[in-house]
Design a protein around this ligand. Structure first.
Ligand code: NAG
Length: 496
């Protein structure tokens, strides 16, 4: 879940890079980790999960529509924006694509290569030509804030990184607002951003679920099955097998306790609390991992209300709010009896989950990337499972029939993992293939990447996954298979 404030990395003490097998942990000790080439769940003492888009898969089409409507209705009803924003034809969804950055200075949305090159850009919803990109960003096509974004993912007053399905439909909405502003000759493009932030807050803030405010929570409460996909029997059995194998199971989500309970009951059943020894809600990631030493204390919850007093330490398992990695780590030592418990964390966001958990927490990380499904990773048994899900999305309730899912490659933006960078120079006419910055971040900060938990639920716990490594081809680390675009790219360059 998303928060407008309080999610900042306040104190980036170390530039984090997993490019060398040396991890500098937050206490400043240098741990030389001789890493094995493979990763296995059976080597972990603790298995932690993010909830939304990780343990819980959403019906992405329905949910994206709902989120778009939630934000658009706020702009129209509360801020007087043109009500044309409320109508949306299905073809518009091709524009909705994860990993884009909105630059507030010019209102552009941009797709970045791993070296900060602008691969593609849009002004409003209009994709710029190579000439326009060169004119705007110079011959090298460099984005000026790349150094500030890379390596820390810090929130900025200058740009916004779309890395999460909860805010992604806002990229399409923002671009449409910029279209309208350009049409009406409004020069002050970026004033709308604070309205977008209010739209997020209005729909997702701490009291919105309880008070039934905004559009998002009331809709999910009314018809959870329309948005949430229950975990399959295979996933439930896999969770139980982890527990039976003596692993400590954790849930760490930035969603609030009330929404978390609704989601978990729907996807796992009323007895979901028996699975997890520690549940942490309103965790305010990535600050949960990164804010040291100014860490937020854990708080107890009574009827979903947080205690005003924070806890000085975390002494026993249970359900808590907020908190920080350091106090949790102490508890995990006691619970596992290990001086350095091996922890793996599953999450869908590079910025909020995988990057901070690996860099600040020194945990293994499994990235859930639904983008892999759009690029050929769908296994045959996932297809049969999707037979349940598909009618709902294909029936064309709403006009989702021809709607591209936000996780699929886009006509306008290409692949999430690689792209062709065209320049104006003659020798570059063909363009050069480049890894996207998102692909680079996956390679750098995650141990492995998978399209869903379902995709590994039938494997034995001691299955050995080849892990991402700077010494290995970029295609290593994806299970069950690397994205198609990346495979094609490796075929073209023998080095990789
Ligand atoms: C959450 O948003 C609702 C609707 O805008 C508002 O009435 C409420 O005061 C907000 N609550 C918090 C805690 O910000």
């Amino acid at each position: 879940m998303l928060h407008v404030d309080d999610e900042f990395i306040v104190n980036v003490r170390y530039q984090c890079s997993a490019a060398v097998p040396v991890t500098i942990n937050v206490l400043g000790y240098i741990l030389i980790v001789i890493m094995s080439d493979v990763f296995s769940l059976s080597d972990c003492d603790v298995v932690g999960f993010d909830l939304d888009h990780t343990l819980c898969r959403y019906h992405l089409l329905e949910t994206s529509r709902l989120i778009y409507d939630s934000f658009a209705r706020y702009l129209v009803e509360h801020k007087g924006y043109d009500k044309e924003l409320l109508t949306l034809t299905p073809d518009r969804w091709d524009f909705c694509f994860k990993g884009l950055v909105m630059d507030f200075e010019d209102g552009h949305l941009i797709k970045l290569a791993e070296d900060g090159t602008v691969l593609r850009a849009a002004r409003g919803t209009k994709i710029l030509s190579t000439e326009e990109i060169v004119q705007h960003y110079g011959k090298k096509q460099e984005w000026q804030h790349f150094n500030s974004l890379k390596g820390s993912f810090t929130r900025s007053a200058k740009y916004y990184f779309y890395d999460n399905y909860f805010d992604l439909p806002g990229a399409l909405l923002s671009a449409r607002v910029v279209d309208q502003m350009l049409q009406s000759g409004n020069q002050r493009i970026l004033d709308f951003w604070k309205d977008m932030m209010s739209a997020i807050d209005h729909n997702y803030n701490t009291s919105a679920f309880k008070e039934n405010t905004g559009t998002y929570f009331p809709s999910v409460k009314k018809d959870p099955g329309k948005y949430l996909q229950p975990c399959s029997e295979a996933v439930k059995a896999w969770l139980r097998s982890l527990k039976n194998a003596g692993k400590v199971l954790l849930l760490i989500t930035s969603s609030h306790s009330d929404y978390c309970r609704l989601v978990c009951e729907h996807i796992l059943g009323k007895d979901f609390e028996e699975l997890f020894e520690v549940v942490i809600t309103n965790a305010l990631k990535p600050g949960f991992f990164s804010q040291i030493p100014e860490q937020r204390p854990f708080r107890t919850l009574v009827n979903d209300e947080e205690s005003t007093e924070g806890l000085p330490s975390l002494d026993k398992p249970g359900w808590y709010s907020q908190g920080n990695w350091a106090h949790l780590h102490e508890l995990l030592k006691t619970m596992t009896g290990q001086s350095e418990p091996q922890v793996v964390y599953f999450g869908d966001s590079v910025r909020s989950d995988v990057f901070p958990a690996s860099c600040y927490g020194n945990w293994e990380t499994v990235l859930i990337s639904e983008e892999l499904e759009g690029e050929g990773a769908q296994t045959s048994d996932m297809k049969s499972k999707d037979a349940d899900a598909e009618p709902l999305e294909k029936k064309g309730k709403y006009d989702s029939k021809n709607m591209k899912t936000p996780s699929a490659p886009s006509e306008q933006w290409g692949s999430y993992f690689v792209d062709v960078c065209k320049g104006l120079e003659e020798e570059e006419e063909e363009g050069s293939l480049k890894y996207t910055w998102c692909c680079h971040s996956i390679n750098t900060y995650s141990t492995i990447a998978i399209p869903s938990i379902e995709a590994i639920a039938d494997l034995p716990l001691d299955y050995k996954f080849p892990r991402f490594s700077p010494n290995k081809p970029r295609t290593t680390g994806y299970y069950p298979r690397p994205p198609e675009s990346l495979l094609r790219m490796s075929e073209n360059s023998p080095r990789e």
